[in-house]
Design a protein around this ligand. Structure first.
Ligand code: ARG
Ligand code: ZN
Length: 896
């Protein structure tokens, strides 16, 4: 059944207070919910029946105002409970029995290892008790948990602890009662019971509230909590300073859980995290793992305001909280580390994955207009593109006005469930701007394309740029139906002598120079609103190289015909760091595409020396003692676009030619710059103790990029260096990067070393589940031809299980998502393998099953043969008799 945004109606009933008593026994749990319900005065239907949501609940009894309801007085459907006549105000008590032990969907109340925990967003609460499970029904929650003292010494829920003690009748059991004073929708409810260790800390808010901070983990992980705790305190301070947002309870808790569908969840006062997003230790966690923990801790904390205090009216508004919160966490990470590098990482993800989503059968607007299963809409579009849309508002308004807008939004809607329109209205009000056209970013799917042409007139010293925009057809609208977007274009003009002053002769709309502050008037943000528009600059003394879409000022595909030398000029001279990186990527793409073409024409490939020269300059410069170059920037610039990205931008993706070409270019760089790479590698080595600081992370990233290249040169020196680094590494970043070089190398000399290293690595880290995941991934992404057989063999490994999402992502997800040359084997075995996994997951964990479908939704990118093979697997999945809603929706849309 498809749900439509345009059919939204206010709820017929409200639940003022929710009392839950959750009695956990070994094998089953009894949930008693006592609800104070009344008719919603705003409802259209004053005689509406009571329709509640509930799933897999064994009803023991129901009373209404103390009177038992006989089973003839209500109707239980598959996912609902209907009572035809109810008073205007009443107390509802329902006793239900559920079985968390057999709940493998990881929604609702479930058991992870020895711990009981919940995941309610989006619609998991209905697996705990019958309820009005929609975000615009907000209630004051009181929760009592009763459980065995020995197995569940720790009992947690949202809000403040009000009482705890022994069970009156059974002294082997105890209880705890939590009260959350803030009204909230059911999706923010959480409960945890288990044997957990805790680290404690505190934070004093700007107004002087003392907040207790507690992170709960398995006893063995206690020494992996410090980084998350530091990140939490930094987040709390940052949200006060940058957004004026203070925490509002006396306690803030984080719990780490090993079996979790997503990264983490912002339940009020009780965030529940995937262990992969909270645990960090130099010995077991890579630099990107550390950064991920910091980012996710911040993200969930920031939801306390953008999500919890102000929540969503319905799930079509998901990006209201997710887009805004991703923007907030990404700015936080930029402030904590290297701003430009963070920007590059975000845009890289957007271009690699969100652009692909936008171009596929699941494409949807940031504010979707319909869905079958909301879990399928926790997407890169809602999160990442949603964040880009908020960022554009920030760019258009500038930081001060944007802050005024967010203040107004939070103040006006505190305690409410609102819409994306409400958010934009606040931004519009404080700026006096009309954002009607801007709303197209929320309502139209697809990645807009902007084509730019330039004309320099030496006689009148003018320079004209013409912008033409369009947006491709997506499932719900054709290109012709789409309205033009308001596109902010950050821009500068790079001349031989430096950046030119910008004097606009004619321009449609003027934006303030935002984000990047430049007093010399060499940077500005143009606002493009028409299908075609020309901007003329005057007083331009030389034909410049345009630096367009600076800082990736809008989530569009921008096309401009750069010459390769122009790209080199931008790489070396553009004041915008993001565009220096982007130029390096454009140049690399052009060079790789040459090789792809040669390969396809059976010609011998040639390497364009332009790229090598440019890389050589970067390596030389970064080594100068007074270098201003950030090594992390150089690392990013030396990293070639992924095979997946190259496939995405190809006319017809030739996976084998792309793999060959990218590898060929890497080897050519390695052989041409052997000495420089090795020297940089050695120069960046440090004996300092590990710290996840921006400076050290930058040094390690460039060092390991150099190692990766060095190992590709014709001699064996790079392999020797990698082996040394693997053996001597004192942190996981260096150890893992070296392992990857050995395992992914196709050199005969590397094979025995790789084999031994994999064995040693497993032997050393077998007790560390998150490290074992990395061990699976490094093997799953191996380019060698036997990769699929290897992955199948690893499925039988004792450490592997289909029931743990992290394990599935580490092995199956990594193989299908990041080993394109093997996943897309011409015999279709990769596709059949993935379909098998999806069919198995469909019954176990529908949400995961649907997520794993992503690589199969991209069939249009590939050649005829592969299209047929992929579609055959999609058809096979579609025929499964008990297909979950989640899988059904993605498979059906993919086959349309
Ligand atoms: N709201 C969470 C976050 O972004 C994600 C939870 C999504 N859960 C789900 N089952 N779809 O922080
Ligand atoms: Zn979120």
């Amino acid at each position: 059944k498809t749900i439509f945004l345009k059919e939204y109606q206010v709820p017929d009933f409200l639940i003022d207070r929710t009392h839950l008593k959750v009695e956990i026994f070994d094998g089953h749990t009894i949930v008693t919910s006592t609800l104070a319900i009344r008719r919603n005065p705003e409802s259209q239907n004053s005689a509406a029946p009571l329709l509640m949501q509930g799933q897999e609940i064994d009803i023991q009894s129901i009373t209404l105002n103390g009177e038992p309801l006989s089973s003839g007085q209500y109707t239980v459907g598959d996912e609902s409970l209907l009572v035809n006549t109810v008073p205007d105000t009443f107390e509802w008590v329902c006793v239900g029995k559920i079985t968390p032990e057999s709940n493998t969907s990881l929604e609702g109340l479930y058991r992870s290892k020895t711990m009981y925990c919940t995941q309610c967003e989006a619609e998991g609460f209905r697996k705990i008790t019958y309820y009005l499970d929609r975000p615009d029904v907000m209630s004051e929650f009181t929760t009592t948990i009763v459980a065995d003292k020995a197995h569940c010494p720790v009992l947690l829920s949202n809000g403040n602890l009000v009482e705890e003690g022994d069970d009156a009748t059974d002294h082997t059991r105890h209880f705890a009662t939590w009260h959350d004073p803030h009204k909230k929708p059911a999706y923010l409810f959480a409960l945890v019971a288990g044997e957990l260790s805790v680290i404690d800390d505190g934070f004093t808010t700007q107004s002087g509230r003392e907040v207790q901070l507690r992170i709960f983990v398995e006893p063995k992980d206690l020494e992996k909590c410090d980084h998350a705790m530091t990140a939490l305190k930094n987040s709390m301070r940052w949200d006060e300073e940058v957004y004026g947002r203070e925490y509002d309870l006396d306690i803030f808790m984080i719990v780490a859980v090993d079996d979790f569908n997503m990264g983490a969840m912002e339940n009020k006062g009780l965030n529940i995290f995937n262990t992969s997003c909270v645990l960090a230790h130099p010995q077991t966690t890579t630099d990107s793992g550390f950064q991920r923990v910091e980012g996710v801790v911040a993200h969930e904390y920031f939801h306390n305001w953008s999500g919890n205090r102000v929540t969503c009216r319905d799930w079509f508004q998901l990006s209201l909280k997710e887009g805004f919160t991703v923007f907030r966490d990404s700015e936080f990470s930029a402030d904590m580390g290297s701003r430009t590098v963070k920007r590059i990482e975000d845009v890289n993800l957007l271009k690699n994955a969100q652009f692909a989503e936008d171009a596929g059968p699941m494409a949807h607007p940031v504010q979707p207009s319909s869905f079958i299963e909301i879990s399928n809409f926790y997407t890169l579009t809602v999160y990442e593109k949603g964040a880009e849309v908020v960022r554009m508002l920030h760019t258009l308004l500038g930081p001060e006005v944007f802050r005024k807008g967010s203040d107004l939004y939070f103040e006006r809607h505190d305690g409410q469930a609102v819409t994306i329109e409400d958010f934009v209205a606040a931004m519009s009000e404080v700026s006096g701007r009309d954002f009607t056209q801007f709303m197209n970013w929320y309502r139209q799917a697809g990645t807009p394309e902007v084509t730019v042409t330039s004309h320099y007139n030496a006689e009148d010293q003018t320079y004209a740029l013409t912008f033409t925009q369009s947006c491709p057809t997506t499932p719900e609208a054709t290109s012709e139906e789409k309205k033009p977007y308001l596109i902010p274009i950050g821009l500068g003009l790079v001349g031989d002598a430096g950046e030119l002053r910008l004097q606009v002769k004619s321009e449609p709309v003027t934006g303030e120079p935002a984000d990047v502050e430049q007093s010399d008037n060499t940077h500005r943000v143009l606002e493009i609103t028409e299908p075609t528009q020309t901007v003329v600059f005057e007083g331009v003394p030389e034909a410049p190289v345009p630096s367009l879409l600076r800082n990736f000022s809008a989530p569009v595909k921008l096309h401009y015909e750069y010459g390769r030398e122009e790209l080199v000029a931008l790489m070396e001279r553009d004041s915008d760091g993001y565009n220096r990186w982007d130029a390096s990527q454009k140049l690399a793409i052009a060079v790789i595409q040459d090789v792809v073409a040669a390969r396809q024409n059976n010609a011998s490939p040639e390497m364009d020396a332009t790229l090598i020269t440019a890389y050589g300059h970067l390596l030389a410069q970064v080594q100068e003692s007074n270098s201003l170059l950030d090594p992390a920037m150089v690392a990013a610039m030396l990293t070639l676009p992924t095979e997946n990205y190259l496939a995405q931008i190809a006319e017809v993706a030739d996976v084998d030619a792309i793999h060959f070409a990218r590898h060929f270019v890497r080897i050519s760089v390695a052989n041409a710059l052997t000495a420089e790479l090795e020297a940089t590698y050695h120069a960046l080595h440090t004996t300092e103790a590990y710290a996840p600081s921006a400076k050290q992370i930058a040094a390690r990233s460039l060092k390991n990029v150099c190692l990766g290249y060095r190992a590709l040169a014709d001699d064996d020196m790079g392999i020797t260096l990698a082996h040394q680094q693997f053996v001597q590494a004192e942190n996981m970043t260096d150890g893992f990067e070296a392992l990857k070089v050995l395992v992914h190398s196709d050199k005969p000399s590397a094979a025995p070393l790789a084999k031994q290293a994999l064995a040693d690595f497993y032997a050393r880290w077998q007790e560390e589940s998150l490290v074992v995941n990395q061990w699976f991934t490094v093997q799953a992404t191996r380019p060698s031809q036997d990769a699929l057989d290897h992955v199948k063999a690893l499925q039988a490994h004792p450490a592997y299980t289909l029931k743990n999402p992290n394990k599935v992502r580490a092995l199956v997800g990594a193989f299908c998502g990041f080993n394109p040359v093997n996943f897309h084997r011409a015999d279709g075995e990769g596709y059949a393998f993935l379909a098998d996994q999806i069919i198995a997951l469909n019954t176990l964990n529908p949400q995961m099953a649907a997520r794993m479908l992503t690589p199969l939704t991209k069939w249009k990118l590939y050649d005829e043969n592969r299209q047929v093979l992929i579609r055959a697997q999609l058809e096979r999945i579609r025929k499964v008799p008990t297909l979950s809603k989640d899988v059904y929706e993605v498979v059906n849309k993919s086959l349309k």
